[in-house]
Design a binder for this molecule. Structure first.
Ligand code: COA
Length: 219
């Protein structure tokens, strides 16, 4: 499995306008991101209070703070008034309008994807040994992907490249990992790396898009 081409991350002090046909992917380090508890809605505050580990609590609050700040900029709304709901499958989404978003966090990194008029899914994974990798791959990848992984000597890097692609497409269409399997043909996707972590963005319907990779200059 080839390594994706390097990504050109642009650090920006403000949120650029999100044009039709564009996807914005934002990257931030959770430990550096502030927590604005006052912006969280009831459901988010309840969830925050149930997280026992202080580091994980900070990470969740920081994730929702940056998510709400960016959504507020795209929607020209107050961050605390951005109406985020969870779908039955647990996918956060807006209650109205054509702006879609998705997020993924691993190893202290947060990735957020935003688009108008299409659905987006994003995933990143910190590579680690997988117990029973063959069984997991056979169960979670489709036959073609499983065959590809076996042909490429069943490496850990190959596993996570295919895993992030699979998870991004499941998340794009709002399915969790164990719900209906989405065919790779149902979405377009783009693989990339953050530091040493494989990551993948998926979008639907399939079309040509411009992807902008952004980092907030200040958090
Ligand atoms: C949800 C799931 C796809 C997340 O995968 P993961 O690799 O553990 O974590 P990631 O960091 O990549 O993604 C997590 C984010 O995906 C989003 N998400 C959750 N459910 C989602 C879904 N069904 N579709 C798309 N995105 C989803 C959330 O924003 C979540 O982050 P947050 O909880 O901090 O907001 C995976 O855990 C799963 O499918 N679990 C089984 C279903 C499940 O337990 N659902 C619980 C709610 S009913």
């Amino acid at each position: 499995m080839h390594r994706p081409a390097p990504t050109n991350w642009i650090s920006t002090p403000s949120t650029p306008a999100l044009a039709a046909g564009e996807i914005h992917v934002w990257h931030a380090l959770l430990a550096e991101a502030p927590c604005q508890r006052a912006w969280l809605n009831e459901e988010e505050r309840r969830r925050l209070e149930r997280i026992p580990d202080p580091g994980a609590r900070q990470a969740f609050c920081a994730n929702r703070t940056l998510l709400r700040r960016l959504l507020a900029d795209y929607l020209d709304k107050d961050p605390g008034k951005v109406p985020i709901l969870l779908s039955e499958q647990g996918r956060p989404r807006l209650t109205e309008g054509d702006l879609d978003f998705n997020l993924s966090h691993a190893g202290g990194h947060l990735l957020l994807a935003f688009a108008r008029g299409m659905s987006v899914g994003i995933d990143c994974e910190a590579p680690r040994p997988i117990h029973n990798a063959r069984d997991v791959a056979q169960r979670m990848f489709n036959a073609e992907e499983f065959g590809q992984w076996r042909r490429e000597e069943s490496t850990q890097a190959g596993f996570f490249a295919l895993w992030t692609r699979m998870e991004a497409r499941q998340k794009c269409l709002g399915e969790g990992l164990f719900a209906q399997r989405i065919s790779p043909d149902a979405v377009s996707s783009h693989a990339f790396q953050i530091v040493d972590m494989p990551a993948c963005l998926a979008w639907s319907p399939r079309r040509e898009v411009t992807i902008r990779f952004l980092r907030p200059a200040a958090l």
